[in-house]
Design a protein around this ligand. Structure first.
Ligand code: ATR
Length: 287
């Protein structure tokens, strides 16, 4: 039988992309394009601006057009769970997915690689970091913070102190993730840094166009590892101050790069490297 007798596309090129609204700001197309080029893989990765009310229809149609999977970003990361046939434990725990795989059997598989990206970035850039040796202090309790909490708990962090402007969201994390979470009042955020081995900004503060994060860093120990999920600018005022106080700092770009690797591997069949070439390509792609 010839291929034309079946409904399968002939020698189809695997397609992937990112679905969000808006999506123009996403660095993912540049990131995946770099990997596709570097490894000489015939494939494509495209940005797709999709409204919430069309998400189900779009996800249903894409596999029929040769798509092997997609990333999902704001505002679809939570709502996509209800549309998936299989949700990994970590995506369920975090309550959001960022990586979808369209399985050959037609099932939609949803995973969350943000926690993996967070850990892989810190392990790569601070190989001596030992999160299990002491408390972590986390500023923020939104969607990104949830992925960080799940990852730090898995890394055997003994205690995670959380302060968030809206305390209720931090209390919710404690209710869901358990007794290793200790909630601090927003006004006490500076105090929770005392003795912390790991300090994370998981709010959007400090991002271009937003006010800087104003948490007093006097209690910070010079041995702490300080990281920011914000990567534009690459060095936020928060990281600059921590560095000036003698702390090891890691910017947030690496988390974006690493979270993309598992999706690329599943869709295109090759585990990609996260290195300086990739960082340069992604930085050159946007403001
Ligand atoms: P993401 O998925 O990026 O985490 P999010 O769920 O909207 O996005 O969370 C944004 C985080 O930044 C929250 O912790 C938010 O605090 P609230 O829960 O009180 O909203 C925090 N944040 C944003 N703007 C802030 C500001 N001006 N001051 C303090 N915290 C802010």
């Amino acid at each position: 039988m010839h291929d034309t007798d079946t409904h399968k596309p002939i020698a189809s090129i695997p397609l992937a992309g990112v679905i969000g609204w808006p999506v123009a700001q996403s660095r993912s197309p540049a990131l995946h394009a770099h990997w596709l080029r570097r490894y000489g893989i015939a494939g494509a990765y495209v940005p797709m601006a999709v409204l919430s009310e069309h998400l189900g229809q779009v996800l249903h149609a894409l596999p029929k057009a040769g798509f092997v999977g997609v990333n999902v970003t704001i505002p679809h990361k939570e709502s996509v769970l209800a549309l998936a046939d299989v949700v990994t434990d970590r995506a369920a725990l975090i309550g959001a997915a960022n990586t979808l795989i369209f399985r050959p059997d037609g099932r939609l598989h949803a995973d969350n690689t943000d926690g993996y990206g967070f850990m892989a970035n810190l392990r790569q850039r601070a190989p001596d970091w030992a999160p299990e040796h002491g408390p972590a202090a986390l500023i923020g309790a939104g969607g990104a913070a949830r992925a960080v909490v799940a990852a730090l708990l898995e890394a055997q962090v003994p205690e995670i102190r959380i302060a968030n402007r809206t305390r209720l969201r931090a209390d919710q994390l404690r209710a869901e993730f358990g007794a290793r979470i200790v909630v601090y009042d927003w006004a006490q955020a500076g105090n929770m840094l005392d003795g912390a081995v790991t300090v994370v900004n998981a709010t959007s503060m400090g991002m271009v166009g937003k006010p800087p994060l104003r948490v007093p860093l006097d209690a910070l120990s010079p041995g702490a590892l300080v990281t920011d999920l914000v990567y534009n600018p690459l060095e936020t005022a928060f990281l600059a101050e921590a560095r000036a106080r003698g702390c090891r700092t890691v910017d947030g770009l690496g988390m974006l790069l690493h979270q993309a690797a598992p999706g690329f591997e599943r869709w295109f069949g090759r585990r990609p490297d996260v290195d300086d070439d990739l960082r340069r390509a992604v930085l050159a792609s946007g403001p």
